[in-house]
Design a protein around this ligand. Structure first.
Ligand SMILES: *Cc1c(COP(=O)(O)O)cnc(C)c1O
Length: 473
C-alpha cells in the first residue's frame, strides 16, 4: 500500500482510503497528546485509527470492522451514522452557529432543550444549567452547592463527600470529586473540602455478607463520615448510580435507598452524576429512577447528544433552583459554550430519536433483560469469577481460580491482555484492572447481543490459552 497522505496531514480530511496506517500513526505520535495515555508506549505500538461508524460498529484504517460494545466512551446511545443528528447540526450551523447566553440573550435550541429536559427529568427538576462537558458539569455542581449553602446562611457547609474509585471528570474539581488515586497523585488534588468514603463494591469488600447486608454497611460509611466531620460542615454527597469508569460497579439494591435516608436525615444535598447512567442506559431516563433516589442535582453529558457533539450540564431541582433564583443576585458562573445552539439542537433531535424509537422502554423491558441473561451466563467460563449487568452496562471479573477464589497479581495486567484479544477478535471491551466492562449502544438488537457474547467468549478462550502459555495459571 502506498502513502496517500503527507507525512504530517493537517487534518483527517486529507486522508482517504486506502489509508497508510503507519504514516498516520507516525503523524499521530508526532503531534497529538492523547488523554490519559503513556505517550512513549503509544508511539511504539501506534494508535488504532478509527475512520468510520455505523450502528453499533466502527471501522479502523486497516478495514477491520469492530463491534463497539463501549458506545465510543459510554456516549453513542443511539448508535453511529444517524443522519437526523447530522441534519439537525447542519440546519443550526447555517442558521445560527453560535450565540452566547450571558448578556440577557438566549437562543431557540437552548430554550427548546431546557424545556425538553424539564419534561423528561424526574419530578421537581424544572431548571437546567448548560456546560460543554461532564467535568464542567461537576465543576458547576461544586460551585452551585456551596453557593446554595451560602444563600441559606450556612457558609460552613462546604464539604462534598464522594466515593473512592468514583469518576467525576478530569478538571480540577471533577478529578477532586473523583476517587482515582492516580489522578490525585498529579497536580495536588483533591482541592480542599472534598473527601471520599468506601465504594459499594461487594466483590471486593463484602466477604461473608449478602449483597444487601453489605449495601447497608457501605451506605453507613456516609453516616460515619458525616459524624466525623459534623453535619453542619457537610454540603453534599455525590455518586454515580452505577460507577462507570471505576469498572461498572453495580451497588447492592439496599445501598442507594439507605444513602437517601442518610442525606435526608442530615439535610445534605444529594447529587446524582448521571453522565453515563442518564438518557436510557439503565432503562430509565435517569439512573436515580432505577436506584430509587430523589437527588437535588443531576449532572449529565455523554448520552444527551449521543456524543455527536460535546454538551453537558446540571439539572437543578426545586430546592436549589429556588434559592438561586430568589436570591435576586448573579450566580457568577458560566461558559462561552453554555447553551451552545448547535449542541442543543443535536440534543433535542437525539432525545426525539430516543422517544420515537422507545429506547428507554426497550432497554428496560427487552434488550436490558436479554443482555443480563446472556452476559451473566459468561460466569461459567473458567476465567470469569463474576459477571453482572444492569441495563446496558455490564462487567466481568477475570480470576486465576474460581474456587477457592484467587485473583491475578496486579502487575500481570490481565485486563490489558484480555482487551488485546477482544480487539483482535473484533469487539471493543474496556479493561479496568481485572474487570472487563461494556456499555453497548441502546439500539443493539438481540441478534447483535448474541454476536457480541460470541465474540467475548471467543476472546476469553484466547486469553485463557495465552495465560496458560505464559504459565500464569
Ligand atoms: C465521563 C464522565 C464525566 C466527565 O465527563 P467529560 O465530558 O469527560 O468531562 C463525569 N462523570 C462521569 C460519571 C463520567 O462518566
Amino acid at each position: 500500500m502506498h502513502a496517500r497522505i503527507d507525512p504530517a496531514p493537517v487534518s483527517g480530511a486529507t486522508a482517504t482510503p486506502p489509508y497508510d496506517t503507519r504514516a498516520l500513526q507516525a503523524a499521530d505520535s508526532a503531534h497529538y497528546l492523547h488523554p490519559a495515555t503513556d505517550h512513549k508506549a503509544l508511539a511504539e505500538i501506534g494508535a488504532r485509527i478509527i475512520v468510520r461508524g455505523d450502528g453499533i460498529y466502527v471501522w479502523d484504517s486497516e478495514g477491520n470492522r469492530i463491534l463497539d460494545a463501549m458506545s465510543g466512551l459510554w456516549c453513542v446511545n443511539v448508535g453511529y451514522g444517524r443522519r437526523e443528528l447530522a441534519d439537525a447540526a447542519y440546519r443550526q450551523l447555517i442558521t445560527l452557529p453560535f450565540y452566547n447566553s450571558f448578556f440577557n440573550t438566549s437562543n431557540l435550541p437552548a430554550i427548546s432543550l431546557a424545556g425538553t429536559l424539564a419534561r423528561i427529568a424526574p419530578p421537581g427538576f424544572n431548571h437546567v444549567f448548560f456546560t460543554g462537558s461532564g467535568s464542567e458539569g461537576n465543576d458547576t455542581i461544586v460551585r452551585m452547592v456551596r453557593r446554595y449553602w451560602d444563600l441559606q446562611g450556612q457558609p460552613r457547609r462546604k464539604v462534598i463527600i464522594s466515593r473512592r474509585n468514583a469518576y467525576h471528570g478530569s478538571t480540577m474539581a471533577g478529578a477532586s470529586l473523583g476517587g482515582m488515586d492516580a489522578m490525585h497523585a498529579q497536580g495536588g488534588l483533591p482541592i480542599p473540602d472534598i473527601t471520599h468514603i468506601e465504594q459499594p463494591y461487594h466483590f471486593e469488600n463484602g466477604a461473608g455478607l449478602t449483597p444487601d447486608e453489605y449495601g447497608v454497611l457501605a451506605a453507613h460509611r456516609l453516616e460515619e463520615k458525616i459524624q466525623e466531620l459534623s453535619a453542619d460542615r457537610v454540603a453534599a454527597f455525590i455518586g454515580e448510580p452505577v460507577q462507570g469508569a471505576g469498572g461498572v460497579i453495580i451497588p447492592p439494591a439496599s445501598y442507594w435507598p439507605q444513602i437517601q435516608r442518610i442525606c435526608d436525615r442530615h439535610g445534605i444535598l444529594l447529587v446524582s452524576d448521571e453522565v453515563i447512567c442518564g438518557f436510557g442506559r439503565l432503562g430509565h431516563w435517569f439512573g436515580c429512577e432505577r436506584m430509587g433516589t430523589r437527588p437535588d442535582l443531576i449532572t449529565f453529558a455523554k448520552g444527551v447528544t449521543s456524543g455527536y457533539v460535546p454538551l453537558g450540564g446540571v439539572l437543578v431541582g426545586e430546592r436549589v433552583a429556588k434559592a438561586l433564583i430568589d436570591s435576586g443576585e448573579e450566580f457568577t458562573h458560566g461558559f462561552t459554550y453554555s447553551g451552545h445552539p448547535v449542541a442543543c439542537a443535536v440534543a433535542v433531535e437525539n432525545i426525539a430519536i430516543i422517544e420515537r424509537e422507545k429506547l428507554v422502554e426497550r432497554v428496560r423491558e427487552d434488550v436490558g433483560p436479554y443482555l443480563k441473561q446472556r452476559f451473566e451466563a459468561l460466569a461459567d467460563h473458567p476465567l470469569v469469577g463474576q459477571a453482572e449487568a444492569c441495563g446496558m452496562m455490564a462487567a466481568l471479573v477475570l480470576v486465576k481460580n474460581k474456587r477457592p477464589l484467587e485473583r491475578f497479581a496486579e502487575d500481570l495486567k490481565i485486563g490489558l491482555l484480555c482487551r488485546g484479544h477482544m480487539f483482535g477478535s473484533g469487539v471493543v471491551m474496556r479493561a479496568v484492572g481485572e474487570r472487563m466492562i461494556i456499555a453497548p449502544p441502546l439500539v443493539i438488537t438481540r441478534t447483535q447481543i448474541d454476536e457480541m457474547i460470541a465474540l467475548i467468549r471467543r476472546s476469553l478462550d484466547l486469553t485463557l490459552k495465552d495465560v496458560k502459555a505464559r504459565g500464569w495459571v
